[in-house]
Unconditional design. Structure first.
Ligand code: PMT
Length: 401
């Protein structure tokens, strides 16, 4: 089904900057977006819903106890329709609610229900912006993938001078447009992702495994689905729930992961292999639990197939992205893997730092291609997923001409 204009839901909270949202709505409409507005009760003290209703030609959502009849529960339909959810201006109070997952009005309920990317333009008094609690709430939301358009510095409504002014409307609109472009740039592509670590059984209760949590692969799968891709996620045992809108195949061993990947690779446009696949498996699995008294002096190992190298050898035309967990010579080792596995990109991380890589919420990576090595700052894994998929989308576009 052909989709209409991308929908931007603009959430407006109770700050003096609310009047600038009128200009933002206009600018977004001029850029070709369908704009729908949701306001907090406090926001309606600054600008009336009628203003936004007149600007957008759409009903303005304020109360959960809908004053206007809708065919579907309104906060859910808004949440589903949104290609981007932007909160402009966003108060310290609403930032705190979002960080806690609270949903006690129309705006925060819609924000919690949506799968759309969240763009937040905060505006508040300097001291509130700098408070440790606000900093922590902002960081929590950033780690989950929210995009912040930082407030500017200048004279504030309260008379103080400092940080906290709502950012320039054009900068906010630009950030929203970037997210809106992203939300469809993988439409039509089949993206195959591996995640987690494999477990290679020694006996019915023991295995050889590693510390991969699956966070990286799941963040990539979720972001790819949000951007319109058909996503197949093949994951080792992890304790994460299925990401929204993805086919999820849960496996245990490297051999099972290989079978699930090969069964899906022929239709894949992109394969992103974040899984920490065990390179070896016990040569034989004991059918019974091995007793302490019968413990062998050593466990014989067999090599597992290298799934990424196998895909690289097929020359299918799919874009191949591998990951490399390194503790020394990070770049050189990643370059070696790029060549050996015929990958287009290797995303290398230095896992000698325990705060990065396995199990963490943040990571710092190097995007290694035949042409360049790009270093990322320390970012939340959803933000790394977004950066990686920007690169993948550009490669796909170049390939499709
Ligand atoms: O899951 P998280 O807790 O978020 O942790 C993320 C991560 C640290 C697991 C991830 O960032 C990462 O580095 N993944 C790759 C880990 C790894 O084991 O890399 P490798 O150097 O062994 O393998 C290189 C590439 O070949 C990887 O894409 C791997 O999926 C692939 N491979 C490796 C061995 C094998 N038998 N088959 C493979 O396909």
């Amino acid at each position: 089904m052909a989709r209409g204009k991308p929908v931007i839901v603009v959430g407006i909270t109770g700050g003096i900057g609310a009047y600038k949202s009128c200009e933002l709505v206009r600018r977004l409409q001029k850029s070709g977006f369908c704009v729908k507005v949701v306001m907090t009760e406090a926001a309606t003290r600054f600008v009336t819903p009628l203003t936004f209703r007149t600007l957008t030609g759409e009903p303005v959502a304020v109360s959960l106890w809908a004053d206007e009849p809708h065919s579907k529960v309104h906060h859910i339909s808004l949440a589903e329709e949104a290609d981007v959810f932007a909160i402009v201006p966003c108060t310290a109070n609403v930032i705190a609610k979002l960080a806690q997952g609270r949903a006690d009005d129309m705006l925060t309920t819609t924000a919690l229900a949506t799968e759309a990317p969240l763009v937040i333009a905060p505006a508040m008094n300097t001291h509130m912006w700098r408070k440790e609690t606000t900093r922590r709430n902002v960081e929590t939301l950033r780690t989950r993938g929210a995009v912040f358009v930082e407030p500017g510095t200048g004279e504030l409504a309260c008379g103080d001078v400092g940080e906290g002014r709502l950012a320039d409307v054009n900068a906010i609109a630009d950030a929203i447009e970037v997210e809106a472009r992203r939300c469809r740039d993988l439409a039509g592509a089949h993206v195959l992702v591996t995640a987690g670590g494999t477990q290679e059984p020694i006996d019915p209760v023991r295995f050889i495994g590693n510390h991969s949590s699956g966070k990286t692969g799941f963040a990539i799968a979720e972001e790819a689905a949000r951007r319109g891709a058909r996503v197949s996620l093949v994951t080792g045992p992890v304790s994460l729930p299925d990401p929204f809108g993805c086919e999820v195949v849960r496996v245990q061993t490297a051999l099972q992961m290989r079978a699930a990947v090969l069964a899906r690779f022929s239709s894949a446009d992109v394969a992103i292999m974040t899984a920490a696949v065990a390179d070896f498996r016990p040569a034989a699995m004991s059918a019974e639990k091995i007793k302490k008294t019968d413990a062998p002096a050593s466990i014989g190992l067999e090599r597992n197939p290298d799934i990424l190298a196998e895909l690289g050898g097929m020359d299918s035309g799919a874009i191949l992205v591998g990951f490399a967990a390194e503790t020394t010579d990070v770049i050189a080792n990643a370059q070696g893997k790029l060549a050996a596995k015929h990958a287009d990109v290797i995303v290398a991380n230095d896992v000698s730092d325990p705060s990065m890589g396995f199990g963490t919420d943040h990571n710092k990576v190097y995007f290694v291609t035949g042409a360049a090595v790009d270093e990322s700052p320390v970012l939340g894994k959803p933000a790394i997923a977004r950066d990686l998929l920007d690169r993948v989308a550009a490669l796909l576009e170049a390939k499709r001409g």
